[in-house]
Write a protein of this length. Structure first.
Length: 276
């Protein structure tokens, strides 16, 4: 891809680089599907470690796109250090994390696309495991990989339970990959949701579009969430109220919404009462 074409897409202050400007083209292959990994970043001290975890994958047909929110000189130095290994990187001011995700989704060319945050670590066999699932079942729309957080394993999903709770762990980082054509059908992240826009995407995928997914086994761990993945900077009530808004916007039954509010509130009360 020529720099002149990219310059027309972005502002004059945008910085970018990577393998896209060299005569190296990665393509989707029948036996080796191209997997796009989007890495959103803003002043993460783990950026280089996260990049290395992708470059060290045992599976090699990977497209790495780093979307940085204008973090500064130190980040640019790291990105330029890997200029011949990262497929494409961009650094410019954005509207937050979800905006960075959407930019990456629109740039991606792989058959499947996923998010690996710059504070996450992808284990060496992760993309090899993913590619095996993709080749085993061509009809799959998405794959949820088991992930680790603070030494504990999380993973899997139960579509039937999504009416009562979001039963897909926030493996929307590290462990979650979706077919790019299916993502286009569902639509990208809705920027009006300041938190949990990823849950809105998951809800639309499963409830509105009935996409077909699978989760990896407990032994097939994709990576470590590190410091991300659980809306930890927001209160219980803010997360709950935002979830109700998302469900209401997606047309969920009002009685089910009332059931969720009462049930979650009671559980929160008793957990606090007994110190659970």
């Amino acid at each position: 891809m020529k720099k002149e074409k990219l310059k027309k897409k972005f502002s004059k202050n945008t910085k970018f680089g990577g393998l896209w400007f060299k005569p190296i083209k990665k393509r989707d292959k029948k036996k080796d599907p191209l997997i796009s990994i989007i890495m959103p970043n803003y002043k993460s001290k783990y950026l280089e470690k996260s990049i290395k975890s992708i470059l060290n994958q045992n599976y090699k047909n990977i497209e790495l796109i780093v979307v940085d929110g204008d973090s500064g000189k130190e980040t640019i130095q790291i990105l330029k250090k890997y200029n011949n290994k990262i497929d494409f990187w961009i650094s410019e001011k954005d509207k937050g994390m979800w905006d960075a995700w959407n930019k990456g989704f629109k740039l991606a060319k792989g058959k499947f696309v996923g998010i690996v945050d710059s504070s996450n670590e992808l284990y060496p066999n992760a993309m090899k495991i993913l590619s095996a699932y993709i080749m085993k079942d061509e009809s799959l729309d998405f794959v949820c990989g088991t992930v680790k957080k603070d030494g504990r394993l999380y993973g899997g999903f139960n579509p039937e339970k999504i009416f009562r709770k979001f039963d897909i762990i926030p493996s929307s980082v590290v462990g979650f990959f979706i077919k790019r054509s299916s993502l286009k059908k569902v639509g990208y992240l809705n920027l009006k949701y300041k938190i949990q826009a990823d849950y809105d995407l998951l809800y639309r995928m499963i409830v509105k579009h009935n996409l077909k997914g699978v989760h990896s086994t407990g032994k097939e761990v994709f990576g470590d969430l590190g410091n991300s993945g659980f809306s930890k900077n927001h209160s219980f009530w803010k997360v709950l109220s935002n979830e109700i808004i998302i469900r209401n916007d997606n047309g969920q039954n009002k009685f089910v919404l009332l059931y969720i509010i009462i049930g979650r509130s009671l559980r929160k009360f008793f957990n606090s009462l007994f110190g659970l």
